[in-house]
Design a protein around this ligand. Sequence first.
Ligand SMILES: Nc1ncnc2c1ncn2[C@@H]1O[C@H](COP(=O)(O)OP(=O)(O)OP(=O)(O)O)[C@@H](O)[C@H]1O
Ligand SMILES: [Mg+2]
Length: 644
Amino acid sequence: MSNKDFLKLIKKQRETKTSQKFKGTFLNYLKEVQDNPGIVKLAHKRLYKVIERQGVTTTDVGRDDYREYFNGEKLRKYKYFEKEFFGMEAVIHKLMQFLKSAALKGEESRQVLLLMGPVGAGKSALVEYVKSALEMSDRAYHLEGCPIREEPLHLLPRSLRSQFGELLGVSIEGDLCPICRHRLISEFNGEYEKFPVTQSSFSQRGRRGIATVPPMDANSQDVSVLIGTEDISKLDLYPEDDPRVLSLNGAFNVGNRGIVEFVEVFKNEIEFLHTMLTATQEKRVPSPGKNDMIYFDGVILSHCNESEWNRFKGEHTNEAILDRVLKINVPYVLELDQEMKIYEKMINRSDFKTAHIAPHTIKIASMFSIMSRLKSSAKCDLLTKLKIYNGESIIEKGRVKKIDIKDLREEARNEGMEGISTRFIMKSLDRALSDSDQNMITPINAIDTLVKQVKEQVIDDSLREKYLEILQDIIREEYLRILETEIAKAFITAYEEQAQSLFDSYLDNAECFTTRTKVKDKITREEREPDEKFMRSIEEMIGVVGSAKDGFRSDVTAYMFSKMRKNEIVDFKSYGPLKEAIEQYLITSVKDISRIVTKAKSRDNKQKKKYDSMMLTLIEDYGYNESSAEEILTYAANNLWRDS
Ligand SMILES: Nc1ncnc2c1ncn2[C@@H]1O[C@H](COP(=O)(O)OP(=O)(O)OP(=O)(O)O)[C@@H](O)[C@H]1O
Ligand SMILES: [Mg+2]
């Protein structure tokens, strides 16, 4: 590309940016509003609308996307957040409910929204993401040159407002800022219809409509950060109460019509927070110097952790502020599948992308973070609780274990407000990766580094003990179980024939059972009753027990015959549940041989063939690479099948 081409690109982009930008007088603006009253919006409404516009669905019991964990609650799910946040539907639902009520000018429009939760629960990320929604919204119309980009309708005198409000179909609130007021008189002689109006977008970096207030210690705390200052260099030029000396660049000035964020809000001194209080209560903020208060319209978002909240709440002098705060708890995620998505997202956005992450690694790490957050229950152990929260059915001794998720959640209110954070897990995975010579992480070195990190970083003795027990006992055992099944399953590929003959035999028996006929032996032509014991031993593998067996058998038979009628191939993989059952059945018998072959120092030809085919399955079908497959097999040989 030549310089000319570059210039073309630049100009073209610039044109699209400036093309539709409104520029005119207040009079032109009135016409604009008449044609499209929707352009007049207060901040909460603007924010709500831009997020809602991306799509909303209601998630209710019985729908596909409904999860056990929602506990019977009906939730509104906002598409805007879907790809970024996982397992936070309830929090987002509440956040949006706040914005929605505030948009309708309910009491919420005069409240500060506070997200309270443990470290790394996603509070900052959520607020950041809400702020970037505003950057996607349409440009706001405002008085040209106004430092707080105010709504042009503020120009209308009180006596005309109700009439204009009716004519235009909008409601008009707020007062002209001192700077525009001064300009109106000195420059336009009070003829407000001539005041120029323009449009601009919202931008965090451009400090247009989005402001962030970091926590400040008592010494550096200066209210000018919030409300702006007087420009000393201009004090020589103008009298002290002249608005032209004002430099309205505080957070409430910048964030007017958009969002003001208070990071770790309660780390600030109480005096500092009073401005926040006035801003919500009166919708006005003080002006620097001797000028009148300035109208403010904006969404105030803040966040803090639980100990800061408790400390702040403990002081009764803070009641006035507390009364203006709407708190939403942001707990950690307690659903395994959702927690895994968080790390998958983070990994995909980091340099990890190029590393090899062996199967189950993220699952194992997520199991740890979740179990560390769960409160123990008398109804079941931690691992079972984790599975129930994740919507899995628990099969014990061939029966589905009946524990109601409602009861579990009820007895552990406030769960998820402590435990291992997402950052702790990411740091461990990071470390596991940098410790590895092969640029890979496996569940084995993930567990190792998690143990190391816990030993180094968890100071509280009883917590450390609890975490180590989770890692070294519960998770390790669960991983060995997963591993044993996986290896045995990988061996099954070498046993396809066996699987197929099990399948044929099951199908014969199930058919005769369903049609109440006898099974005919293919060779001897002898007739006998269907083999109940055999069928049960297969069905048990997937928890089909008791009266459920009749339905299962007739389902299988019907399914297979309909396939055969259509001339489709029928093999042991045709029907998902049956395939699963047959594999499980085989695994039990394959375990022995997989142990022998895996452990063997030298393998005979037949064994070698089986071993190689198993390796191939691990790599091609299960997502291992050669090094990680070797590592888990060595681990299995050393831990799973120790010679006793
Ligand atoms: N439920 C979740 N879904 C998606 N990402 C999440 C979730 N929870 C945490 N994260 C990710 O974890 C990281 C840490 O979160 P964040 O910094 O927002 O936490 P925080 O609550 O502000 O913590 P702190 O109190 O330490 O400031 C972010 O990258 C965020 O994207
Ligand atoms: Mg944060």
